[in-house]
Design a protein around this ligand. Structure first.
Ligand code: RIB
Length: 299
């Protein structure tokens, strides 16, 4: 079972020619609303990746809540552990340019009220699988969840995003840490070599996974180091690609796949996600990912 304790957002996606610079007013070609939030995206990816899942988070009682949870509900993920609180549903303003690059501004809203009361149940449910966390809910909640999981022997995956000054402290408590290149550089103080990853992994007795976009993924565990290349693609929209990677990696590990096999499948899922617009609409189901992986190997 994959249990995600994390955020739900309504994503307001603006298609622009170029990302706006300071002081600039620009026109968007189009605007779309869809479900998002790193927590919700990752649980959806784990579900589409074939895992049994549970999700703990919070939304407001405003008009955006239903839309934000639409894909979650459609996928059959129970929403009974999502609290309805006196705050607006979290939101993300997302700018996507003609190259598929993006920048995102998040308003925490209800996510800021995901409290420690959800932790005990989430950790218990994850006892035979993985508890998956990100950094869009309060630090205290994530910290408490990681500590409780460690004390009870529940395995954890932490995606240190959005990265902030608490990421280093949180990351030491997780079994698997997923960071992009920029986040890993901040975490490690700029040490980007494979030797530095291995040294970190042995010292903290945890697995470090660094996603590098088109450059693939590097993985260091206390016993191995390997890299997985990403298929060559022309990205349309990279929003949610790392979330797809995290959810798929968790699902594959939960299924009993090796770290290498899980990484390969997750890289393929994340690559396909860059070929479609939207964080959640771009997460493929498992048989599509496996077909794409076969094609990649055959070519
Ligand atoms: O990782 C992508 C996600 O980041 C978006 O769905 C947005 O809601 C922000 O949380």
């Amino acid at each position: 079972m994959i249990v995600v304790l994390g955020s739900v957002n309504i994503d307001i996606c603006l298609e622009v020619e170029s990302l706006p610079r300071a002081g600039e007013t620009i026109h968007a070609r189009d605007r779309g609303y869809s479900g998002g939030g790193k927590g919700a995206n990752q649980v959806l990816a784990a579900k589409r990746g074939g895992a049994e899942v549970a999700f703990f988070g919070a939304v407001g009682s405003d008009r955006h809540a239903e839309e934000a949870l639409c894909d979650i509900v459609e996928a059959g993920i129970p929403i009974s552990d999502i609290a309805v609180v006196q705050e607006e549903t979290g939101s993300a303003n997302i700018y996507v340019d003609r190259h598929g690059e993006n920048c995102i501004v998040v308003v925490a809203g209800a996510n800021g009220l995901v409290g420690a009361d959800a932790v005990a149940a989430a950790v218990k449910r994850a006892s035979d699988g993985f508890l998956v966390l990100q950094q869009e809910i309060p630090f205290a909640t994530t910290h408490h969840a990681l500590k409780r999981a460690r004390a009870s022997g529940t395995r954890t995956i932490l995606n240190v995003s959005p990265f902030d000054k608490t990421s280093a402290e949180l990351s030491r408590l997780a079994d698997i840490v997923i960071a992009n290149q920029h986040e890993w550089s901040q975490l490690s103080g700029g040490a980007e070599t494979c030797a530095a990853m291995q040294e970190w992994s042995r010292r903290h007795r945890q697995t470090i996974v660094v996603t590098k976009g088109a450059g693939g993924v590097a993985v260091a565990s206390p016993s191995e180091y390997f890299e997985v290349a990403a298929p060559t693609i022309q990205p349309i929209d990279t929003v949610g690609a790392v979330d797809t990677f995290c959810g798929y990696l968790a699902a594959e590990l939960d299924r009993g796949g090796s770290l290498r096999e899980a990484t390969e499948i997750a890289v393929t899922a994340a690559s396909i996600a860059c070929l479609k617009a939207g964080a959640q609409a771009s997460i493929s189901v498992k048989h599509e990912v496996l077909n794409a992986r076969e094609q990649h190997h055959a070519s």
